[in-house]
Design a protein around this ligand. Structure first.
Ligand code: FEO
Ligand code: CA
Length: 625
C-alpha cells in the first residue's frame, strides 16, 4: 500500500514507452511473427458509435447472425423450445442460458479448418426474471422444484458441431453433441481428490462432484481439451456451517448472498445440511470435446477460487504454464507451472500435467517487478500452525493461503491472453469501485476504479522461447480504461483514442490471427454510469496505427459481451452475448423485456445467444487495408 498521488502512481508504470518499442531481446526472437515490421496498412472498418439500445451493431460490411440461442437443439432429437415453460428433460438436450466462454475446435480433429468445428460454450448462470413468468422467480409462488430442475439443467456447458455452408454458419446436432449441467458427474483429480473436506454424505469417496457451477471463461490445452472455470459458485449456496468450514466458507463468501436459492428444493445447496458440498466447486474443469463419453475432470492442483479463466501456454522448456485470475474485488492473480514437460506424441495422456505442478500467487512491487509466491504445503506460513495439514488444505483454501503469503489484492483479474508475437501476458482487470485512496499501489493505481485497466506481464525472452516459469518478471500497465476526455477518469491509452474508442470494464479478450487485441466489456449495472452499452473494441498492436483502440461491436443494452473466439483463418468471430436486456433496465423481465433480442418476436423474451460474425466480402475480420 502506498499513499502517493494517483498521477504519480499512474505515471510510474503506464507503458506507453515500452509499448512503442519492444525490448531488443524480444524483437530478436527467432519465432516472432514478422508482421510487426511488415504491415503497412491498418485495420479497415467504420467504427460503431457509442450509445445504447436493444439491438446489436456492427460496422457496415459485417454481419452477425445468431448461431445458437437459449433453448436451441444441442442433442439430436431435442424438442422444440417453448418459452415460459420450465422443463428439465427438454433443457438438458437444449442450449443453456447465459453463454460465456467460447472455444472453437476445428474438425476433423487436429486440422486447421475454419468451416467446420466444435463450438464449446460455458453457461455461467441463469437470469430467472427474463426466463420465466414473474410467479416462477425466487420469491414467487411458482418457484417450484420443477423450475429449479430446469435451471439446474440450463447452466453448465454445451458442445455443438458447427458448419459453414455458403458463407453461413449452422449448428448441427450430431455425434459430438453434449450438455453438461449442474447434475452431471465430474471426477475430482489432483492433490485434493478424496480428501475428507471433499467428502459428502452422497459421495463418501470425495472424488465425484455433481455439476459445473458458474463456468465463466476458460482455456484450451495443447492436447485438444478445453478448460472451463467455475467462478461465482458461492451464489448457488445458502446457510452456514460450523467449525473449520465456517471460516473457509466466509473467505469464499459462501452463504453471504444466495442469488439462486436452489437449496429450497435441493438439500446439497444448503450449507447447514451439506457443509462440504461447496468445497467441491470453484475449480478448473477439463473437458474432452472429442469424446462425448469421457468424464469431465475437476483439476484441484490449479487451486480453488472464483476462477475467471485458465490461459495455457507452453514454456520455452515445454512445461505447461497456466495463468489464472480470481475475479472478485481484492483477490489475486495466480500461475500454475507443471513439474513435467508436455510431450506432443503422448496426446491426451498429457492431462496428468494438470495434476502435478506448482501453484503460485502474484506479489506486485511498485518498481515494476512481480514475484511468484509458491502455494506449497509446509513452506513459509502454510503449516499446521495456520490450519494447513496437507497440500489439499492449501488448495481448498487457496485464498487464505495466498493471504498469508502476502499476494497483491487486485481490481478483479478477469480474462488473460498471451500475445502470440511476443509472449507478453495481457490481463484484464475489470474494475473495483471499493478500492479506497489508502489502498492504492502502482498496479492498482485508481481509487473507486469504476472503469478497470489492463496490465501486462513481460516474461523474459530466452533462446528457445519465453521464460513463463521464472520466479520474478517485469510488469506494466497497458491502459487505464474510461473516457480520456474526462479528467476525473484518469484514463490512459497506448495510442490514439477516437470518440468511440474508449471503453470501461475490460473483461474477456482475444488475439486474432493478424495479432490485434480484441477487448470485450462487462460493465454490469454500471453501464448507466457511462451511458454506453457494452461491446467489443480492437487495439492495433503493430503497423502505423499501433496502440489505437476503436469500437467494433455494440451489444444490446443490459448485456455483457463474452467469448471472443476466431476461426483459425480469422474470417469468423464468434461472440457470446450474455443476459441481454437485463442489467440496469428498470421494469425489464419476461413479460416486459426492454428488448426481445435476437428474435424480436412478440411471443419471446430476450435470449442469450452466440453470434457468428463474418465480413460480407469473406475476408478476415481483422484484415488490413
Ligand atoms: Fe463471469 Fe468474471 O465474469
Ligand atoms: Ca468474464
Amino acid at each position: 500500500m502506498t499513499h502517493e498521488p494517483v498521477s504519480t502512481l499512474i505515471a510510474r508504470r503506464v507503458a506507453r514507452r515500452e509499448f512503442l518499442g519492444l525490448g531488443a531481446a524480444v524483437a530478436s526472437m527467432p519465432w516472432l511473427a514478422p508482421h510487426a515490421a511488415d504491415v503497412t496498412g491498418s485495420l479497415e472498418f467504420t467504427e460503431v458509435p457509442h450509445g445504447a439500445d436493444g439491438h446489436h451493431h456492427l460496422p457496415p460490411g459485417f454481419t452477425g447472425r445468431p448461431l445458437l440461442r437459449w433453448g436451441d437443439a444441442v442433442m439430436p432429437g431435442a424438442p422444440h423450445w417453448l418459452p415460459g415453460k420450465p422443463d428439465a428433460d427438454a433443457q438438458q438436450t437444449q442450449f443453456g442460458y447465459n453463454n460465456d466462454y467460447l472455444a472453437f475446435i476445428p474438425l476433423p480433429l487436429g486440422s486447421n479448418s475454419s468451416d467446420h468445428g466444435l463450438l464449446c460454450v460455458n453457461h455461467e448462470y441463469i437470469s430467472s426474471s427474463m426466463m420465466w413468468p414473474a410467479e416462477m422467480v425466487p420469491g414467487g409462488s411458482g418457484y417450484s422444484a420443477k423450475v429449479v430442475a430446469a435451471e439446474m439443467a440450463a447452466v453448465g456447458f454445451s458442445i455443438m458441431e458447427v458448419v459453414r455452408e455458403n458463407g453461413v454458419w449452422q449448428a448441427v446436432p450430431g455425434q459430438y453433441s453434449r450438455r453438461l449441467t449442474a447434475s452431471t458427474p465430474f471426477r475430482i483429480a489432483g492433490p485434493a481428490a478424496g480428501h475428507e473436506r471433499l467428502k459428502t454424505a452422497a459421495d463418501p469417496t470425495g472424488t465425484v462432484a455433481l455439476g459445473l457451477l458458474g463456468p465463466c471463461a476458460g482455456g484450451k490445452t495443447p492436447w485438444g481439451t478445453v478448460l472451463s472455470c467455475e467462478e461465482n459458485f458461492q451464489f448457488f449456496f445458502a446457510g452456514k456451517a460450523d467449525g473449520v468450514e465456517s471460516t473457509n466458507h466466509e473467505r469464499y463468501n459462501v452463504g453471504r448472498l444466495t442469488l439462486f436459492p436452489w437449496n429450497r428444493h435441493v438439500d446439497r445447496f444448503d450449507v447447514a445440511k451439506a457443509p462440504t458440498e461447496s468445497n467441491r466447486f470453484g475449480w478448473v474443469v477439463e473437458i474432452d470435446p472429442a469424446d462425448p463419453t469421457s468424464t469431465p475432470v475437476k483439476r484441484t492442483a490449479l487451486g480453488r477460487m472464483c476462477h475467471e479463466s485458465a490461459t495455457v501456454t507452453l514454456n520455452h522448456d515445454n512445461r505447461v504454464v497456466v495463468y489464472l485470475g480470481d475475479d472478485t474485488k481484492f483477490e489475486y492473480l495466480y500461475r500454475y507451472v507443471s513439474h513435467e514437460r508436455y510431450r506432443p506424441a503422448m496426446g491426451k495422456a498429457n492431462h496428468t500435467l494438470l495434476d502435478d505442478g506448482e501453484l503460485a500467487a502474484a506479489r506486485f512491487s511498485d518498481d515494476g517487478t512481480l514475484q511468484w509466491l509458491p502455494l506449497v504445503f509446509g513452506q513459509g506460513p502454510l503449516t499446521p500452525a495456520n490450519g494447513f495439514h496437507s497440500q489439499a488444505d492449501v488448495l481448498i483454501e487457496t485464498r487464505r493461503a495466498a493471504d498469508l503469503l502476502g499476494a497483491t489484492p487486485m481490481d478483479r483479474p478477469e480474462d488473460i491472453e498471451v500475445e502470440p508475437a511476443t509472449g507478453r501476458v495481457f490481463i484484464m482487470l475489470t474494475n473495483n469501485s471499493s478500492r479506497k485512496a489508502d489502498q492504492l499501489d502502482a498496479v492498482n493505481p485508481r481509487p473507486g476504479n469504476w472503469f478497470g485497466h489492463v496490465i501486462t506481464l513481460d516474461p523474459q525472452a530466452v533462446a528457445d522461447g519465453v521464460d513463463h516459469a521464472a520466479q520474478a518478471m517485469p510488469w506494466n500497465v497497458f491502459l487505464l480504461a474510461g473516457d480520456p476526455r474526462n479528467p476525473d477518469h484518469h484514463a490512459r491509452y497506448p495510442g490514439p483514442v477516437s470518440e468511440n474508442g474508449w471503453f470501461a470494464a475490460p473483461d474477456n479478450c482475444a488475439f486474432d490471427p493478424e495479432g490485434h487485441l480484441w477487448i470485450a466489456t462487462d460493465q454490469g449495472l454500471e453501464w448507466t454510469r457511462t451511458g454506453i452499452a457494452d461491446g467489443l473494441w480492437v487495439c492495433e498492436m503493430s503497423g502505423p496505427q499501433r496502440g489505437r483502440t476503436r469500437r467494433f461491436f455494440r451489444a444490446p443494452f443490459g448485456a455483457e459481451v463474452c467469448g471472443p473466439e476466431f476461426t483459425p483463418d480469422g474470417t469468423t468471430l464468434f461472440l457470446a452475448i450474455q443476459h441481454p436486456a437485463t442489467d440496469g433496465l428498470p421494469g425489464t423481465g419476461y413479460a416486459t423485456p426492454a428488448s426481445r433480442w435476437p428474435d424480436f418476436d412478440p411471443a419471446l423474451p430476450a435470449r442469450p445467444s452466440v453470434l457468428a460474425i463474418t465480413r460480407d466480402d469473406g475476408r478476415p475480420i481483422g484484415g488490413q487495408s
